[in-house]
Structures are given as C-alpha cells and as structure tokens.
Design a protein around this ligand. Structure first.
Ligand code: COA
Length: 149
C-alpha cells in the first residue's frame, strides 16, 4: 500500500509532524504561537499520527482516547500542496481503522468552520459533545461526531 499511518516516535517523525501542524493549522491561519512541547502530545492515551505517502509525510492527526469507547480526532492537516487530492479521505479511513484497534466506536471532533464540509463528506454529523472545549483556538469550531461500524 502506498499510504502508511505511522505512530510518531522517531525524531524525524516528530519534526515532520510539528512542521505540518505549524504550517497548516497555525501559520496558514495567521497564528504564530505553536507549541511543540505541549504535554498533551505525550499522554499515554493520546496518539500522534503521521500520514505518509510513498514515504513522504503529508498529513497529521492526533487521536485521543477519552473513555466511553470514544476518541477525539485533533489537529487534522494535509500538506498545502497536496490538499484536495483525496489524501484527507484516506487519512480519515486509516484513522478510523486505527481507532477501532482501541475499541473506539465513536469519534468526536472540533471542526474548523471551513472544514465542516469535508467532515460531512466523510459521514460526520454536527453534534455538540462538550461545549467546554470551545474556547481559545477552538472557539469558532463546530463539534461533530461519527459512529464507527
Ligand atoms: C480539511 C482537510 C484535512 C481535507 O483534506 P483533503 O486531502 O484536502 O481532502 P480530500 O481531497 O480527501 O477531500 C475529500 C472530499 O472532501 C471534500 N473537501 C475537502 N476539503 C473540503 C472543505 N474544506 N470543504 C468542503 N469539502 C471539502 C473534497 O471535495 C472531497 O469530496 P469528493 O470526494 O466528493 O470529491 C485539508 O484540506 C486540510 O488540511 N485543510 C486545512 C486544515 C484544516 O482545516 N484541518 C481540519 C481542522 S479540524
């Protein structure tokens, strides 16, 4: 298979993971306070993941186990030069397979307003799951959920 969803472990993978997130989710949105050292990246129940296509890192996602067989999908990014080429769809599908391995049956997301259309195409529905998360960077996000089969 050309795609691989890799757990971020090596120094190179961490570098690529942070670079993509900083570029796509911070700098492209005019934010310059990305923190590579956030402790949430290293919690045992949080899984930083890097999508590689033929070895090239092109996407990121973090899956956080939050109990009740639920997982939060956070900070989804695809490299700017290859967006809208089907890689986000592949990242979704591989993330769902990965989540199932942990017994997760429901995914949750704080979707950026301009990504809601993408999530809807992937089968997600608008669904308020924890209003207290909608602060700071996520203050304008729309909460959505997807049940996994
Ligand atoms: C949102 C994002 C992850 C989607 O990945 P992608 O590789 O561009 O998406 P794909 O090419 O796989 O698109 C899959 C489908 O969703 C649609 N789609 C993709 N982005 C969309 C968007 N922003 N709005 C509406 N539909 C979108 C595509 O047209 C495609 O539909 P089709 O299969 O009917 O043709 C990516 O564009 C990205 O990183 N954007 C910037 C960061 C961001 O907003 N991340 C989400 C934070 S919650």
């Amino acid at each position: 298979m050309n795609y691989k969803l890799a757990e971020v472990n090596s120094a190179d993978d961490w570098k690529d993971y942070h670079f993509l997130r900083q570029t796509v989710l911070w700098e492209a949105k005019g934010r310059y306070n990305y923190n590579e050292n956030h402790p949430d990246e290293h919690l045992k129940t949080n899984h930083p993941l890097l999508l590689k296509l033929r070895g090239r890192p092109i996407g990121t996602v973090r899956l956080d186990e939050v109990g009740h067989r639920s997982g939060v999908v956070r900070l989804v990014s695809i490299a700017p030069d290859v967006q809208r080429s089907g890689h986000g769809r592949e990242l979704s599908s591989l993330t769902e397979d990965y989540a199932r391995r942990f017994g997760i049956t429901k995914l949750l997301v704080n979707a950026a307003p301009d990504a809601v259309g993408f999530y809807e195409k992937m089968g997600w529905k608008k669904d308020l799951w924890d209003e207290s998360e909608l602060t700071g960077l996520a203050s304008d996000c729309i909460q959505m959920t997807k049940n996994l089969r």
